[in-house]
Design a protein. Structure first.
Length: 310
């Protein structure tokens, strides 16, 4: 085991699977393998896939399991350096300048040095990551990178290559220890190859039926077995039809939780129609399933489960 101030890093792929499983995250071997390699090679891990398949959860669970700080940079259109890395506390700097002028300070070089010191530096997520506690590097989640523009991607190249940033008035800040970096993308646009080359890559897909059932059993304790099987089979079928947005595992958990709160023991057309808002997020999809197609799917699910039971 490698020593850290938090918990030790697993030395095997099975160790990664067990580590995540202890926090109720069921990782398949391909994901566990690439995560193990990212930790060993100290390389960022780029996770791509549809929304709701558990990409962000990997970073959250990993931080909790390793007892390390989680620092999250939520990406959005227009994200800039001031919001992501640092900015100066301009009001405090102006106040310092006025106080210096009022007291007759004439040494401009000294004043400039004072106002561009750490005292006035506001640390945003990237700088917080690079100035992390030695021996306990944080987990850095760069979430939904595809929502930013190419200019911000280009800026991240220095961060992900050398784990450092340069502040013109302050100097270069370099991490004492490389952080654990998880980058996620919903693939609303292609991320540039230059950034991908700095990362290990994994596509996170929707879980297979058996895996999704195991997740429901762990995450929704009060959901009975019959209902759990029907929910998973129904959601798996929904993903095979042409919906505007297929439900992810997060929506499956929400639906199972909602039906459990309603004390339902099995799916029926009325219950499905009343609770689709926890599973589907677009009115066009809800209207389609509330029509005849939803009833057809339910009949197929019950027939298939009955055949398996027989």
């Amino acid at each position: 085991m490698a020593e850290t101030s938090g918990k030790a890093l697993p030395e095997t792929i099975d160790g990664i699977i067990d580590l995540l499983s202890a926090e109720d995250y069921l990782a398949g071997r391909p994901l566990a393998t690439v995560l193990f390699l990212a930790l060993k090679m100290k390389r960022p891990l780029f996770l791509e896939g549809e929304a709701g398949v558990g990409k962000t959860e990997v970073a959250k669970v990993l931080a909790k399991a390793l007892d390390r700080p989680l620092i999250r940079l939520q990406c959005y259109e227009g994200l800039d350096v001031a919001s992501a890395v640092y900015e100066w506390n301009y009001p405090a700097q102006m106040l310092e300048i006025r106080m210096a002028e009022a007291s007759g300070v004439s040494d401009r070089t000294r004043l400039e040095h004072d106002i561009f010191s750490e005292r006035y530096l506001i640390r945003r997520p990237v700088l917080q990551v690079l100035q992390g506690e030695p021996g306990r590097a944080p987990v850095f989640l760069i979430d939904e990178l595809d929502r930013t523009d190419e200019a911000f991607e280009a800026f991240l190249l220095e961060v992900l290559s050398d784990f450092q940033v340069t502040i013109p008035e302050f100097g270069t800040v370099k991490a004492a220890e490389p952080p654990i970096v998880i980058v996620t993308s919903n693939r609303t646009r292609e991320v540039h190859d230059a950034l991908k080359r700095r990362c290990l890559y994994h596509w996170v897909d929707y879980p297979a039926a058996a895996d999704e059932l195991a997740i429901i059993r762990r995450k929704v304790k009060g959901c009975n077995e019959q209902l759990s099987r029907q929910i998973v089979a129904y959601v798996q079928k929904l993903r095979t039809i042409d919906l505007f947005k297929n439900p992810g595992i997060a929506e499956t958990i929400d639906w199972a939780t909602a039906l459990t709160e309603l004390d339902r023991l099995a799916l029926d057309p009325e219950t499905i129609a009343d609770t689709l808002g926890t599973l589907l997020k677009y009115q066009e999809d809800i209207a389609r399933i509330q029509g005849g197609e939803g009833q057809k799917l339910l009949s197929e699910v019950k027939a298939e489960l009955l055949a398996k039971a027989g």
